[in-house]
Design a protein around this ligand. Structure first.
Ligand code: ACO
Length: 325
């Protein structure tokens, strides 16, 4: 019996040039570097330039991932963009990215699972590849979250940033049991009863506007650690691996305290946890691929490593995937 899994052949990332520090923010809202660092671990965030849209960030990260994989757009037959901040209500941002990358063939669509978007997209791409619906997928998480923030609301505007990360996914080679690289298992969850804990107060069918991020921070915090550990345990159970087998834990980068809480509950030592929230803040669907890219680029994640990605966000949605790199 051979096993075939969807590998992440490469990753890529893009961050807008403009960096906004906590001290700068403190000049416009009643907050401080000390408060933000202590409660969230965030020190700075990147902000998209005027005229720089989510599709621009996504296309830049996608180009980098293709370059790192040594493939061209002609080798991709599906683009999936996970985003909560599309360029327009329609078409899908993935379609705009398809145009920006010069791709006329194949298919492109968006996934809306807020901060869990990239994990949902990886699981979706994995399914498409295994079912023969696609041969090579460009999976992107991209957000211009700064565009939907209420910059007068200190309880939300200090938490988010803009950016994009991407991966080229394809089926790996046949391998014997336990030897396969790629996505070994995923667990996706949602519970819409929590939609009003984290949402935008606007949308096409309700207010004919975009709205701003609204959040009951304490409620999100209260549920986050339990939901994260739930899906991580599901994935361990499905694969037979356990926390001691893990080389790297690459969590959604919302808040250092949530990451630390999940790490402690799961028994993952801090040196195995990839942290980028200090530099990127919460980039929603872009946060996991940005963190993956960071740890691959600096040489921490190596071929053969066992990597757990996870995320939790608006909906609530949550999910995890275990990947043999
Ligand atoms: N600067 C200074 N003071 C602030 C700020 C700020 N930016 N924001 C809130 N405060 C004040 C509040 O007004 C309150 O003041 P009060 O006591 O006079 O009323 C005080 O700080 C404490 O506020 P809390 O909301 O109780 O602060 P808490 O310790 O819960 O921290 C936080 C807030 C950081 C949002 C926390 O609840 C949290 O991390 N929640 C998780 C939410 C999250 O990370 N969301 C990201 C999106 S969801 C996701 O991606 C999973």
């Amino acid at each position: 019996m051979t096993e075939k899994h969807s590998i992440l052949r490469s990753v890529g990332a893009y961050l807008p040039a403009r960096i906004l520090t906590n001290d700068e923010l403190a000049k416009t809202v009643d907050t401080s570097d000390e408060w933000i660092v202590q409660r969230t671990g965030i020190r700075q965030r990147h902000i998209a330039a005027e005229g720089e849209n989510t599709s621009d960030l996504a296309a830049a990260a996608g180009r980098k991932a293709m370059e790192n994989a040594g493939v061209g757009i002609e080798d991709i037959d599906l683009i999936i963009v996970a985003t909560t901040t599309p360029d327009m209500t329609f078409p899908a941002t993935a379609a705009v990215v398809q145009q920006k990358l010069g791709m006329h063939h194949g298919a492109a669509f968006d996934i809306q699972a807020v901060c869990s978007g990239f994990v949902y997209a990886v699981a979706t791409a994995d399914s498409f590849l295994k079912n023969g619906l696609a041969r090579r997928v460009l999976v992107i998480g991209a957000e211009a979250t700064s565009r939907i923030l209420d910059w007068t609301d200190r309880t939300t505007c200090v938490l988010f940033g803009d950016g994009a990360g991407a991966a080229v996914m394809e089926l790996g080679k046949d391998a014997g049991p336990g030897e396969a690289r790629g996505v070994l298992a995923s667990s996706l969850r949602s519970d819409g009863h929590f939609w009003n804990k984290l949402y935008t107060d606007g949308g096409p069918s309700s207010t004919q506007s975009v709205g701003h991020v609204r959040m009951e921070g304490k409620e999100v915090f209260k549920h986050a650690v339990g939901m994260i550990t739930d899906v991580v345990h599901n994935v361990f159970e499905a694969t037979g691996y356990g926390v001691d087998d893990l080389d790297w834990f690459v969590p959604h980068q919302a808040n250092k305290r949530i990451i630390d809480g999940a790490g402690v509950k799961l028994g993952i030592p801090p040196e195995k946890v990839v942290i980028t929230v200090d530099r990127h803040a919460n980039t929603s669907a872009a946060s996991v691929p940005l963190a993956l890219y960071t740890a691959v680029a600096d040489g921490r994640i190596k071929r053969g490593d066992l990597v757990m990605i996870e995320a939790m966000g608006g909906g609530f949605t949550w999910g995890a995937s275990l990947i043999r790199w």
